[in-house]
Write a protein that binds this ligand. Sequence first.
Ligand SMILES: NC(=O)c1ccc[n+]([C@@H]2O[C@H](COP(=O)([O-])OP(=O)(O)OC[C@H]3O[C@@H](n4cnc5c(N)ncnc54)[C@H](O)[C@@H]3O)[C@@H](O)[C@H]2O)c1
Length: 256
Amino acid sequence: MDYKTLFDLTGKTAMVIGAGSGIGEATAMGLSDFGAEVICADLNHDAAIATLEKLSGDGSALQLNITEKARVQEVFSELEALDVLICTPAVNVRKPMLDYTEEEFDKVVNLNFKGNFFAMQAAGKIMSKQKGGSIIMYSSIRSQVVEPGQSIYAATKAASLQMVKTLAAELGPDNVRVNAIAPGVVETPLTQQIKDQPDWYNAYSNKNALGRWAQPSELVGAAVFLSSQAASYVTGTLIPVDAGWLAIDGRFTPPV
Ligand SMILES: NC(=O)c1ccc[n+]([C@@H]2O[C@H](COP(=O)([O-])OP(=O)(O)OC[C@H]3O[C@@H](n4cnc5c(N)ncnc54)[C@H](O)[C@@H]3O)[C@@H](O)[C@H]2O)c1
């Protein structure tokens, strides 16, 4: 065994859905640096193309709305092979549960739960046939812990994790691994609402052990690991990249 090649993705084809922004953009660039051919997919075609132009290796870009089942099936049916799926898209409507409208509920559930399900299912079908692959979904610390205002988003992130565990159980015999990453707080457009309010932003910095937010680049290592041979015995699990958010209470440092 040559351990130096454990993380090498040369010859692998990876699709990154949500490649146009934030964690998906950084991850597409990271997978490319490790040798993968990266298909940059996003609702925003221009953003997917912009990420493609930043890749160090080969790739392509396409427009994809994961809430449109027929379009998801069409895109995946055109693939010759798929070794890695990274699927990031999600939305959050932060407000008290008692004020949530049905439209807001549907918007969050439709993308975070149903759309992500369509992508997992389509990738799983290809990978189970080819007897190998790695599916990486984005759950959240909110799959485990909540605060006021996180209700439906948190529920969908727990749902995402349970889908990951189930698909891992179903596709393990076909050598397909399925895992989730739980980011802590990462500076991306998704969290701009929080960054715009210093009290809220600083409270999140103080909650975790490192005392700061993450940059999207700090989420790349976990995705490269799960994509690679280094994670050949890792499936059905949640990898927090959260600066200890889930480990510590963080409310108060006693005078000891
Ligand atoms: N940023 C954080 O602090 C944080 C924390 C915990 C979990 N997460 C999770 O990480 C993932 C990535 O978050 P991010 O901050 O990079 O988000 P982001 O908003 O920066 O990027 C999401 C991307 O998905 C694309 N997209 C939206 N709807 C789509 C659709 N229907 N089909 C295809 N593409 C679509 C957007 O155009 C965008 O490029 C999400 O699942 C999020 O819940 C993020």
